[in-house]
Design a protein around this ligand. Sequence first.
Ligand code: AMP
Length: 178
Amino acid sequence: MTLDELRVLVRTVPDFPKPGILFRDVTTLMGDGAGFRAAIAHMSDRAAAAEADVIAGIDARGFIFGAAIAAALGLGFIPVRKPGKLPVPVLSVDYALEYGTGTLEIDPGMVAAATRIVLVDDLIATGGTALAAAQLLRRAGGRVASALFVIDLPDLGGADRLRDAGVSVDALLEFDGH
Ligand code: AMP
């Protein structure tokens, strides 16, 4: 399946979760068997090219794509979680979102020193979430070489912010606007 065919499977929901936001919903892509498989295949190829030792995925949609990529490549998976979910002492970071604020946590024991991590999420907008996740993984001793998304919203500048932080960025699809 081509990237143009994948693009058609993304549902756009206006005014969610706030007026003025065009929510790019990957649920419909995940619900299409051929589409989901193709997205995972494209992303796995790119994670392999980035020489990932391990995949980290961001709660929650990054878990769905990241875990499938990790399994396809035979790599381990590190969940970057919303607060209060991990049963061990965590590293934690607060960050600003396009709509609100958030906190992410990891189990630092899952990050082997100098491991080459490819970070995965469904979408990059302002980049605040992915930057926070990269910071956490680096604080735990990991090397965050690159980040991989289904969708980039380039008008919001997140990919550039991530590149400025030394993380190479790749996305299957780009959409204009918010
Ligand atoms: P950001 O931190 O601004 O890059 O936002 C990225 C996170 O928020 C991702 O986990 C996305 O799932 C979600 N997100 C932000 N903006 C949108 C949007 N327009 N459509 C769908 N998801 C979004």
